[in-house]
Design a protein around this ligand. Structure first.
Ligand code: ZN
Ligand code: ZN
Length: 349
């Protein structure tokens, strides 16, 4: 059954129920009635995603423009490389989410994926926006294309793209589940060394506009990762045959472990020599994140002992405490942060 191809959803299927009979491969009319959905907790996710709305060019960059010239050459280099990498991840994710949603029978999931894809498009806009503020058009263009020839970035991105292409080539529930592990890695692990680089600048009072933007992106990505994990768990619950002998669990553990290796390689290369960044701590942070992500799938830690964030300063700007960010730190107008919590029923799945 796990090898039966999923059908591309029909725009409307009159006669089928509004509440989908399954997330994938089920029947549904195509109409979203939020009061009659398969997983009521998905409505909470949808509302949180909407509340997170933000517009990149509302973030003032004038101070960043002045400070750019005060960064060390290593910091400038890491800044541009990291933006180039993030733009690649977000471009891929916009397309993956849109394409995947065409094979999801549950219309409430389709609606949530639409919002996630929209947010990924905004993330891409934000990278263009910050770069256009601080460097020439020529350098902007180079930044967006250099990731294509950067071996550490290629290895890291190709790993995710291969998982995604696996589903594009063969639209089965199993391939979808595997690609969602890739998506959990992209949303929940691959962005974070890059984020940490910008928070490190921020704690040294540098490039606060950029780090404000990054904190909004991170808030979105955490929510996306959270939803991807929920979705994956729901699919595995609906289709227990996908993990009949624990193969899928083994696949998830191996894949996340491999992602940690690739992330560590990239981190060692790009963040080497950045004042304030301790590489060993960063690598521990990556393992800590991997543990958090795998626990969202209900699986035990991959790296025993990595249970605490060893770089607590990151928490001041992100992660669970994002709703506690002091707005005066960023010298921005106050924004209503919505809270990322466990109270949306995730554990009930
Ligand atoms: Zn994104
Ligand atoms: Zn995302």
């Amino acid at each position: 059954m796990e090898n039966a191809p999923l059908q591309k959803i029909r725009l409307l299927s009159p006669g089928s129920p509004n509440r989908a009979t399954a997330i994938v491969g089920g029947e549904a009319s195509g109409i979203v009635n939020w009061n009659d959905i398969r997983y009521p907790q998905f409505y909470d996710i949808y509302k949180i995603l909407l509340k997170n709305f933000w517009i990149p060019d509302e973030i003032p960059m004038t101070k960043d423009v002045k400070e750019w010239g005060t960064l060390t050459p290593a910091e400038q280099e890491a800044y541009l490389r990291t933006i180039g990498l993030l733009s690649n991840l977000d471009s891929v994710q916009t397309r993956f989410i849109l394409e995947t949603s065409l094979f999801v029978s549950d219309p409430s999931v389709h609606a949530i994926l639409s919002i996630i894809a929209q947010q990924e498009a905004v993330h891409n806009q934000s990278y263009s926006y910050v770069l256009s503020s601080i460097v020439s058009l020529d350098q902007q263009n180079k930044t967006f294309t250099r990731a294509h020839s950067d071996p550490a970035v290629i290895r890291r991105n190709q790993f995710i793209v291969d998982l995604y292409e696996g589903f594009r080539n063969e639209q089965t529930a199993l391939a979808l589940a595997k690609s969602l592990v890739g998506s959990l890695i992209l949303e929940g692990l691959n962005f974070y060394s890059g984020f940490a680089f910008f928070y490190n600048l921020a704690r040294n009072q540098k490039m606060l506009g950029t780090s404000t933007m990054i904190s909004y992106i991170q808030r979105d990505e955490m929510q996306h990762g959270y939803f991807v994990a929920m979705l994956l768990r729901a699919i595995l619950t609906e289709r227990p045959e996908l993990d009949e002998n624990g193969e899928f669990t083994e696949f998830a553990r191996k894949t996340i472990g491999m992602a940690v290796e690739l992330e560590s390689d990239w981190t060692r290369e790009v963040l080497k020599g950045i004042p304030g960044i301790d590489l060993e701590e960063m690598l521990g942070y990556v393992k800590y994140l991997a543990n958090k992500r795998i626990s969202m799938l209900g699986l035990p830690d991959l790296y025993p002992g990595y249970t605490e964030n060893v770089m607590p300063w990151i928490r001041a700007y992100s992660d669970e405490n994002i709703n506690n960010i002091k707005t005066d730190f960023f010298e921005q107008k106050a924004r209503a942060y919505s809270k990322v919590t466990d109270d949306n029923g995730f554990d009930e799945l």
